[in-house]
Design a binder for this molecule. Structure first.
Ligand SMILES: [Zn+2]
Length: 497
């Protein structure tokens, strides 16, 4: 986003006031609430000194895999971030971390939680909200990331994410860890999460001042970079600045030397389009935290044996064929090692018409009639928990024709599933299915003896449906959930643990 200078200046002016008035600072366009203040800087420094007592690593020969559990919170399933969006964010993060020796993988399919209290967060209440989220939903031995809506600040600025340092977790979160992300920050989500992961592995902002104002000089006897600022000497002294590209305003350090910051460092506040790397010392520090911090090295215990999925072959549509725009049957062969398939339908210009992720090997895509009479490209990529970034993509070019004259109403039994399944007793579970029509339906929960335990009317949407199933009254066991519609019925087993 571009702003006139006067507007930008005014916003920075507002920021100064925010920083004086409260302990957190917020990235104007894009961001982050994680900042030290005089109350907690001493615990951060003590902890960091403890970490520095471990031998420094030479390079990043070792590669570590960190399991992440991605949660999406909503007051209805329409608020949820899609699996496809989550995967794309995590791909960008892995790309950003490619030189650090740390990579992230999915511990499981994303978790969706219906929670009206925690689906819209006040920006100044993010630590309390994160505390509640981690208490309710954390998956142990994994790095938990929560996507929810964070309201704009009263001055219109947006908080896109926040991540407590390891030393903050005992102070504010009863020892639990996690990252909170704003669902509304779609385009900046990848770079925001990369930045927050830096905090999660104990990195400070490059412009940090609560540890002392870092001097520009690296001259022996004068330099203070080992402890002031972010504590690293290979990140130049920085001043909090939001311009991308960096516009040098001639701002000076305490010795009167003009700042020459690294405006591409992930831990700075330059706009997300400018951010591209961690420094060598930052990477080594994150590695030291991952290996030595008892709150972080638990991630290394999580099993992570995955192989690259084999390629698949598209069976439908066939090359050069024409499909009705309102009923595009996409079908492909199963690929070994694939947990899911990422499916994208694009215009030849690259514009995406449909995107989704499924466990099945077929899918019916419905587009509006306006999209007929053009050539398109179907892409299918077999993915799994570790390999989810466009590996082995196959594609098929075909045409979209006129809609079928008799509109085919259907309820897609193949797509009907529960996330998660099994589910812990009392936790929320989402029933997901595709339907080809709008209409009234009934959801029945039946026990193994055929007793109907509950029956609830619902309204079905055309396309993907995410329906929240109440498990509060269900004890551990196996249940059958029937979806009864005017176009047919489907049933699926649900396991409560
Ligand atoms: Zn930050």
């Amino acid at each position: 986003m571009l702003y006139s200078h006067s507007f930008l200046d005014m916003r920075n002016f507002l920021f100064l006031w925010i920083c004086i008035a409260c302990s957190t600072s917020l990235w104007s366009q894009d961001f982050c609430a994680t900042q030290l203040n005089e109350d907690n800087v001493s615990s951060y420094i003590a902890y960091t000194n403890y970490l520095k007592s471990f031998p420094a690593r030479e390079g990043q020969q070792t590669s570590y895999l960190v399991p992440v559990s991605i949660h999406s919170i909503g007051s209805s399933s329409e608020d949820y971030l899609s699996f496809y969006e989550m995967v794309n964010i995590l791909c960008e993060v892995n790309d950003d971390f490619s030189t650090t020796g740390i990579q992230f993988f999915l511990s499981q399919e994303p978790l969706y939680h219906l929670n009206s209290q925690l689906s819209i967060i006040e920006p100044d209440n993010y630590l309390n909200a994160l505390s509640s989220l981690t208490a309710t939903y954390n998956i142990s031995n994994t790095l938990n990331i929560y996507f929810t809506e964070i309201k704009n600040n009263t001055d219109g600025t947006v908080l896109c994410g926040a991540a407590p340092f390891p030393s903050w977790e005992d102070l504010f979160l009863n020892g639990r860890g996690g990252i909170i992300m704003n669902t509304n920050c779609k385009s900046a989500a990848g770079k925001t999460l990369t930045h927050e992961l830096g905090h999660h592995f104990n990195l400070l902002h490059t412009f940090e001042t609560s540890t002392g104002r870092e001097l520009v000089t690296r001259q022996s006897g004068m330099a203070n970079c080992e402890y002031a600022g972010d504590g690293f000497c290979d990140t130049p002294a920085d001043t909090k600045n939001y311009s991308c590209p960096y516009a040098n305003s001639g701002e000076k350090d305490p010795l009167g030397i003009i700042y020459e910051p690294d405006w591409s460092n992930f831990m700075s506040y330059y706009g997300s389009n400018c951010l591209s790397h961690f420094s060598t010392e930052q990477s080594a520090h994150m590695m030291a935290v991952l290996e030595n911090d008892p709150k972080r090295n638990i991630y290394l215990q999580f099993p992570n044996i995955y192989s690259l999925p084999e390629a698949t072959e598209i069976l439908s549509p066939s090359a050069g064929s024409t499909m009705p725009v309102n009923e595009i049957l996409a079908k492909w062969t199963p690929a070994t090692e694939a947990t899911w398939y990422s499916v994208v339908l694009k215009k030849l210009s690259g514009a995406i018409l449909y995107s989704g992720i499924t466990q099945e090997t077929e899918l019916v895509i419905q587009l509006a009639n306006a999209f007929s009479n053009q050539q398109v490209l179907l892409e299918v990529s077999p993915i799994n928990e570790r390999y989810f970034c466009s590996n082995n993509v196959v594609n098929q070019r075909f045409s979209l024709g006129a809609p079928t004259s008799v509109y085919q109403d259907f309820i897609d039994g193949v797509s009907f599933k529960f996330v998660p399944n099994p589910v812990s007793n009392g936790k929320s579970v989402v029933a997901r299915f595709n339907a080809g029509f709008y209409g009234n339906a009934q959801v029945e929960v039946v026990d193994l003896y055929g007793n109907i335990l509950s029956s609830k009317p619902i309204y079905i949407l055309k396309g993907e449906n995410n329906l929240d199933i109440d498990t509060q009254s269900l004890t551990a066991g196996i249940y059958l959930v029937n979806l009864i519609t005017e176009k047919g019925n489907v049933a699926r087993k649900l396991v409560i643990e």
